[in-house]
Write a protein that binds this ligand. Structure first.
Ligand SMILES: NC(=O)c1ccc[n+]([C@@H]2O[C@H](COP(=O)([O-])OP(=O)(O)OC[C@H]3O[C@@H](n4cnc5c(N)ncnc54)[C@H](OP(=O)(O)O)[C@@H]3O)[C@@H](O)[C@H]2O)c1
Length: 307
């Protein structure tokens, strides 16, 4: 990186960060990424400089960020594993925030989640609230973008439901299935982040899509789109979780955690704001039915095996 302005995006080879980096490159910005996948598959053909997170060497982390105008933080751990809980993710984010401030970063765009709360019974949402406080207290100008449930190519949500519906004769829905979900397109989340990165005022905004589905209707839509003949059955949440563990054992992944299931059944990921992200899941699915669910997208594979 020379002496002109550049942006840093965490996880530019992974899910949301990749779409943010893409948009920044199209806008003519230079992009550097922090990632656990340095030396892995480079989807940008060398246009994005990649460095490790270097959490154990804060001084080096600061040097990686020096001169960056905006820092886009997607970093988080979806579930605690191998001794690293949400406290670990919050501590790591604290290091990123401190390093960005010390490096003179002007704008910090932080990707959180819809409805974080320090009083939530779910530690994921408490951790997200704690991370937001670190960003707000950093002294940097900030934007906090809070996605609902994100879909897009190779997502771990819609894609993996499609994969299960195509592969197994039965699909288990936890409880009544009447709880609501509000999917948002990853490209729209990225667009919102980049837009927020270009502003100067502090802001907090939900990234939510235009359609809200009862979970049953969402499953019906995916099922019809991919031509699945699976029988959809309703199971008590505990049994649905057990079934997901069996699928997880086959797919060598954690399909859904108890917290995620509790959150979904509680409708917690639905936004309370008018939606600002335009892409309709129904239209996106219609365009992508051929590839949807063809491959399982593995969280563990991505962050614990190939990393
Ligand atoms: N996906 C959703 O449905 C959804 C919904 C609401 C909110 N969000 C939030 O949006 C942000 C981005 O999510 P995403 O799904 O796009 O994530 P992602 O791209 O899979 O990962 C984002 C970043 O976190 C790092 N990371 C993730 N798990 C890790 C682990 N176990 N150990 C070390 N590093 C790890 C990744 O490292 P690498 O660079 O090595 O991959 C990447 O830099 C997160 O804050 C997430 O909580 C996502």
């Amino acid at each position: 990186v020379g002496d002109s302005e550049f942006n840093v995006v965490t996880g530019a080879f992974s899910f949301t960060g990749r779409h943010i980096a893409e948009r920044l490159l199209v806008a003519g910005k230079r992009v550097r990424t922090l990632t656990g996948h340095v030396g892995g598959v480079d989807v940008f053909g060398g246009r994005v400089e990649a460095f490790p997170f270097d959490f154990d060497e804060p001084g080096r982390l600061v040097e990686r960020l020096r001169g960056a105008a905006t820092f886009y933080n997607t970093y988080w751990n979806r579930f605690p594993r191998k001794g690293v809980g949400y406290e670990g993710a919050v501590r790591d984010i604290g290091m990123l925030v401190a390093a960005a401030r010390e490096a003179g970063v002007r704008r910090f765009v932080h990707i959180s989640v819809a409805n974080p709360s320090e009083d939530s019974p779910l530690s994921y949402f408490r951790g997200k609230a704690a991370a937001e406080e670190l960003v707000k207290g950093s002294g940097m100008s900030y934007a906090i973008v809070r996605p609902t449930a994100v879909f897009g190519p190779d997502d771990v949500f819609i894609n993996n439901i499609a994969w299960m519906l195509k592969r197994f004769p039965v699909f288990g829905v936890a409880g009544s299935g009447e709880y609501r979900v509000q999917p948002v397109f990853v490209g729209d989340v990225a667009e919102l982040c980049v837009e927020a990165g270009g502003k100067t005022e502090n802001l907090v905004v939900d990234a939510a899509g235009p359609e809200i589905y009862a979970f049953n209707d969402l499953i019906r839509l995916i099922k019809e789109s991919v031509g699945s003949k699976a029988a959809v059955v309703h199971l008590p949440a505990g049994l649905a979780l057990f079934a997901s563990k069996v699928v997880g054992w086959l797919a060598k992944d954690v399909v859904i955690t108890k917290e995620e299931m509790d959150g979904m059944v509680g409708g917690i990921t639905v936004s309370n704001e008018p939606p600002v992200c335009p892409t309709r899941l129904s239209e996106w699915i219609a365009r992508n039915a051929q590839t949807l669910g063809r491959r399982y997208a593995s969280e563990l594979g991505r962050h614990y095996r190939d990393g």
